[in-house]
Design a protein around this ligand. Structure first.
Ligand code: C5P
Length: 243
């Protein structure tokens, strides 16, 4: 058999990487004015149930670890049973910030997991198109994240005084899932924690270690339910999807 053909066959036979989704859902809902954003209903279904259903439906995701506040662990287990989340591996206690919650979740994924897809529990509108693109890109490059061009002009300011206006044509708003080689991400998050580096997304932990991160096509609908008005936006997105 020619070398070319044998290489081609090997490539075709290479299995896709095993992927574990880690879902941080341990936030305090401080910006939700007391509303439990993950338990809040969108079109008659809890936000977190919608998020988990999207991950369950994606054939490139093999297992799901949900990270939540300790007192919510039994309720989240029940929610997964009611909504048929069969890929659930476990529900674990979160930490003081998102990065710590992700680190605690990563410690629970299967040893065979090559990729970790970290997806905010509060992003229920992630599409199958977006998932497929970010997961297949990360399988090729080691780290990928969906992003959309920033619509507003962004300024840096201190005490309400503008210091700098950033070049909008180079700015991207990143979303989740952020898909990264699982062992590298765990090491990078641990490194940031030990060095006291504060991060608000997963990629910045591996970027800090010099790893290249590829942007894939995000979607403006892939919103994070953060403030009460986002629930109203969410209902509007559902309506558009149903029309
Ligand atoms: O705080 P932020 O909006 O970045 O939260 C994004 C996601 O991280 C939410 O789904 C939230 O529940 C989760 N989170 C967490 N543990 C924390 C803080 C936030 O799992 N301590």
């Amino acid at each position: 058999m020619g070398v070319f053909l044998s290489k081609l066959l090997k490539k075709a036979a290479k299995k896709r990487p095993y992927c574990a989704a880690v879902v941080p859902a341990a936030g305090s809902a401080r910006r939700m004015e007391g509303v439990d954003k993950l338990g809040a209903q969108l079109g008659g279904k809890p936000v977190l149930a919608r998020t988990l259903e999207a991950l369950e439906a994606c054939p490139l995701i093999d297992e799901i670890v949900v990270v939540t506040r300790e007192e919510q662990i039994p309720a989240i287990g029940e929610l997964c049973r009611s909504y048929g989340i069969k890929k659930l591996k476990c529900v674990v206690r979160g930490g003081a910030d998102r990065a710590e919650s992700v680190e605690l979740g990563l410690r629970e994924i299967s040893p065979e997991a090559e990729l970790a897809a970290v997806h905010d529990g509060a992003r229920p509108f992630v599409s199958q198109r977006l998932l497929e693109e970010v997961l297949t890109t990360a399988a090729r490059t080691g780290a990928a994240v969906p992003a959309v061009p920033v619509k507003d002009t962004i300024k840096e300011a201190e005490d309400n005084l503008v210091e700098r206006t950033l070049d909008r044509s180079r700015l991207w708003a990143v979303q989740t899932p952020q898909v990264i080689q699982a062992d590298l991400l765990l090491g990078a998050l641990k490194h940031c924690r030990e060095k006291g580096v504060s991060i608000t997304d997963d990629c910045s932990a591996v970027e800090a270690m010099g790893m290249a991160v590829t942007l894939t096509r995000g979607e403006y609908e892939n919103i994070k339910i953060t403030t009460p008005i986002d629930l109203a936006f969410g209902e509007a997105i559902l309506k558009c999807q149903q029309d």
